[in-house]
Design a protein around this ligand. Structure first.
Ligand code: UDP
Ligand code: MG
Length: 318
């Protein structure tokens, strides 16, 4: 019998524990022909999350609790869950029921059709604040620009179904900077999307204030691409172009002035302009050095990630 692993990180989710267990249990018991485990990761909560999970475990043999040594963050907690999962597929989801458990049967249906990754895409962000909608839009636009080869699905967070082979591949990635929503598209495999409307958090409050959102965005960008390191090159070239135009213009005026053909510039104007040109030349030299350093740094980052150069899905022989 195939086994489903539901993986949920929990950080100070005491108000949610029993409601979450009730809802997911209701859906999972209705799945005919599947075994399941519910893996809850206590991510260093300072409230009663762990105690409540232990109480739930007394009533529920399917519940596996992973207690982390401190608060490591959602991505690290999910990694711990993926490493522990024993199912034929894994479904990471949030504890606050914003990812509706009612979608689990549909995710499984798609998996049975042969998809290795089933992404759950949010169709509407109407329930988000205007700021969250705008910042999420910008975040996905930047990711799209940065990775022409690896397509990062828009508005898909960690709620997805992953086949065991995808889970194993991700577990074997050696990098320590874990960002699941970047790693899943990076490893590839046959993927599809289902759509859903994200609900409001059932109870408790969000753990993603502005600072945590910025951290996630920077981790995603650095995990996805070293492209920002190459941005110093076009800037340096623009500075060079400005220097050339400005330098030539000043030289022409200087020659005209020397030949006493025309008097465009005062003495002060001439020296002021010369200082600007010298500064442009210095900026160009610094930009060139920065570009060289960036090129080498990009190589170091790529090598230090130790990501595989290629991932084989299957070798088909006759
Ligand atoms: N979470 C976690 N560790 C953290 C922050 C959050 O395990 O340091 C969990 C949290 O308990 C929830 C999920 O990650 O299950 C998503 O968090 P939240 O609902 O606060 O994020 P939002 O939906 O506001 O983006
Ligand atoms: Mg939430």
């Amino acid at each position: 019998m195939k086994k489903i692993s539901l993986i949920t990180p929990m950080y100070n989710e005491a108000p949610m524990v029993s409601l979450y267990m009730e809802k997911v249990q209701e859906i999972l018991t209705k799945l005919n022909g599947y075994e399941y485990e519910i893996i809850c990761i206590n991510d260093g909560s300072s409230d009663d999350t762990l105690t409540l999970l232990k109480q739930e475990q007394e009533k529920n043999d399917h519940l596996v609790i992973i207690d982390l040594s401190r608060n490591w963050g959602q991505e690290a907690a999910l990694s711990a869950g993926l490493l522990t999962a024993t199912g034929d597929c894994a479904i990471p989801m949030d504890a606050d029921l914003q990812d509706p458990p009612e979608l689990i049967p549909l995710l499984i249906e798609k998996w049975e059709e042969g998809y290795d990754v089933v992404n759950a895409k949010r169709v509407s962000r109407k329930k988000d604040t205007a700021f969250k909608r705008q910042s999420a839009g910008l975040y996905y636009r930047i990711l799209e620009k940065l990775s022409p080869k690896v397509k990062i699905p828009q508005n898909v967070n960690n709620f997805r179904l992953l086949d065991k082979k995808v889970v194993d591949t991700i577990n074997n990635l050696p990098e320590t900077n874990r960002v699941l929503r970047i790693e899943i598209p990076f490893v590839g495999f046959k993927s599809c999307e289902i759509q859903f409307v994200r609900q409001k958090r059932a109870k408790g409050k969000s753990h993603y204030p502005f600072k945590a959102m910025v951290n996630l965005a920077t981790s995603s960008i650095t995990s996805l691409s070293t492209k920002p390191l190459s941005w110093s090159l076009p800037v340096t070239l623009i500075i060079l172009a400005l220097f050339i135009c400005s330098g030539i213009a000043e030289l022409v005026l200087f020659i005209l002035q020397a030949c006493e053909i025309n008097y465009f510039l005062s003495e002060v104007g001439y020296w002021g302009w010369l200082i600007i040109n010298v500064l442009l030349l210095l900026a160009f030299c610094l930009g060139t050095m920065l570009t060289v350093i960036s090129l080498y740094t990009a190589k170091i980052v790529e090598e230090s990630q130790h990501r595989p150069s290629v991932i084989i899905k299957e070798i088909i022989k006759k």
